[in-house]
Design a protein around this ligand. Structure first.
Ligand code: IMP
Length: 197
């Protein structure tokens, strides 16, 4: 069975590939479908964006599609950046710009609690098959720690580990992260579909 992962992000793609290893799937990425129209992520929830990405990509490609969308919700910022995590520091900002903005906004704050949430959506061209969520709690550190990963990894300390995602080996993060939890919840459905194929 072919499964198109609706992302151009290589970091995410390699995490998703690792999670799906072992299932009989031919994994494709958007790089193999350069003609597909860009999906505008204009919904105000991660579920809405992931569902839109999965369904539009499945319709345009004609094959099953897996999409995910992640938000970072920081308590002391009223839940910001939330679903807007990618462009927190502006339209063409870098991952580092976003981290520095979060650190700056939190510099006098004692409450550093945060949640990472991922919505994973599996869709066929004729409709959505499954929507699952993965949530982890943690805190925003006072400085960047670690050099693995991407995005907010070096400022997000996962509860119960004493480490930021960026201080973990990729294999460990890939077992316990928000995205891993959401994708693991989709795995049984994908396994069934792959067996039926
Ligand atoms: P997306 O919806 O998965 O593209 O994620 C939106 C933004 O959240 C990304 O641009 C990253 O800044 C951040 N993000 C998503 N997943 C992770 C992660 O696993 N670690 C750190 N930051 C992440």
């Amino acid at each position: 069975m072919k499964l198109l992962i609706a992302t151009h992000n290589r970091d995410k793609l390699s995490e998703i590939r690792a999670l799906l290893a072992g299932i009989k799937l031919e994994i494709l990425s958007l790089d193999e479908y350069p003609e597909l129209p860009e999906v505008v992520e204009d919904r105000d929830t991660i579920e809405g964006n992931a569902a839109k990405k999965a369904l539009e990509t499945a319709i345009h490609s004609g094959i099953c599609c897996l999409a995910d969308d992640t938000g970072l919700f920081i308590d002391a910022l009223g839940g910001a950046p939330g679903v807007y995590a990618a462009r927190f520091a502006g339209e063409s900002c870098t991952y580092r710009d976003n981290r520095l903005k979060a650190l700056d906004l939190l510099k006098d704050k004692a409450d550093r609690k945060a949640l990472f949430k991922t919505a994973a959506v599996l869709a066929a061209p004729d409709g959505i098959i499954a929507i699952r969520q993965g949530v982890v709690t943690g805190k925003i550190t006072t400085q960047e720690l670690g050099d693995q990963g991407f995005g907010y990894d070096s400022i997000f300390e996962l509860d119960g580990t004493g480490k930021t995602y960026a201080q973990m080996d990729a294999e460990i993060k890939n077992e316990i992260s928000h995205r891993a939890l959401a994708l693991k919840a989709i795995l049984p459905i994908l396994k069934t579909l792959a067996q039926l194929d």
